[in-house]
Design a protein around this ligand. Structure first.
Ligand SMILES: NC(=O)c1ccc[n+]([C@@H]2O[C@H](COP(=O)([O-])OP(=O)(O)OC[C@H]3O[C@@H](n4cnc5c(N)ncnc54)[C@H](O)[C@@H]3O)[C@@H](O)[C@H]2O)c1
Length: 288
């Protein structure tokens, strides 16, 4: 067994879909993680999900062999992040929630600690004003599932410093990720393209142009989309998708980014996709 990677100590804030993805990725690469969320109940469920995702990643051969997997540490207070070398914020896609978390984290950690936001759509510079040292904040848009997709989108905010860019590259390399760097903008590259596409696909279903399976089937079979936009939406989480579209719409004015009624209705009905068991598709049989 090889020892833990020296140097990196991660704190992940938010133990939902992405926080558990990122935690499994890091633990599977031998990087210790403290995972922070709002309650012990949420953290207990998150720990179960991390264990499941670790097994999934191992079975799929997506983790390096021979690494010691550190024991997951959890906490309900951000003070648990005080000793981290990097903090990754993966909380709900609401600007006020993220700025509050980032402000509190930056007041707790030592200067020189890398701060990463895993936001889908909020410009990094919008959040940089809330942290003590804006040069330490960088965007990393991990894909879902983070342990399956090697490529990540890294966002260099206008105030992100060179040291933070060096540190983030070092961390992502240690986690076996490949990155492409983009400049700051609402939705960056991926979600400026992907989220309006998903919204358009949902609107076609809403308008009765074609059912869910046909929209996905055409995008898969004719355009080579890996899973179809609506199955992708269920994987993302429809609640998160609506929050992200709202962020995008408010900042770009793009009418294609205004969440369509079908998406809003599904979210109001608690149909969030895979994580709730139902969305565009039914996942009653697919439980972890
Ligand atoms: N779902 C995806 O496919 C995906 C992909 C890339 C990026 N993202 C982004 O990652 C972030 C997290 O998304 P998600 O899908 O994991 O959301 P999620 O709803 O599954 O999880 C969010 C978690 O944040 C926690 N949280 C909220 N406020 C908190 C606080 N103040 N302190 C600690 N924890 C808090 C919640 O309890 C919840 O567990 C969002 O910014 C989202 O846009 C999501």
């Amino acid at each position: 067994m090889s020892p833990r990677l020296p140097g990196h100590r991660l704190a992940v804030v938010g133990g939902g879909v992405m926080g558990t993805n990122i935690t499994a990725l890091a633990l599977g690469h031998g990087v210790p993680v403290v995972l922070v969320d709002v309650s012990e109940e949420v953290l207990a469920e998150a720990a179960r999900t991390v264990a499941f995702k670790l097994r999934h990643a191992q079975l799929m051969g997506r983790l390096p062999a021979g690494r010691d997997v550190p024991k997951l540490v959890t906490g309900v207070s951000l003070t648990a992040a005080a000793d981290a070398t990097t903090v990754i914020e993966a909380v709900t896609e609401l600007p006020e929630t993220k700025t509050k978390v980032l402000a509190e984290v930056s007041a707790i950690v030592r200067p020189g600690t890398l701060l990463i936001s895993n936001t889908s759509c909020i410009p990094i510079d919008e959040m940089a004003s809330s942290v003590a040292r804006p040069e330490e904040l960088v965007g990393v848009h991990f894909m879902n599932p983070a342990y399956m997709i090697e490529m990540v989108e890294v966002i260099r905010g206008p105030r992100t410093g060179a040291a933070a860019m060096t540190a983030v590259t070092g961390l992502l390399t240690a986690l076996g990720r490949t990155c492409l760097v983009v400049n700051d903008a609402p939705g960056f590259v991926i979600n400026r393209v992907l989220h309006p596409l998903i919204n358009s696909a949902a609107r076609l279903v809403q308008d009765g142009v074609a059912p869910v399976e046909v929209v996905d089937g055409l995008l898969e079979g004719c355009l080579g989309h890996a899973t179809g936009p609506l199955r992708t939406a269920d994987l993302i989480g429809l609640d998160n998708l609506v929050d992200s579209l709202n962020v995008l719409h408010a900042r770009t004015g793009d009418p294609g980014a205004r969440p369509c009624d079908l998406l809003l209705d599904l979210v109001r009905a608690g149909k969030f996709g895979r994580k709730s068991g139902q969305g565009f598709y039914d996942y009653a049989e697919v439980t972890s």
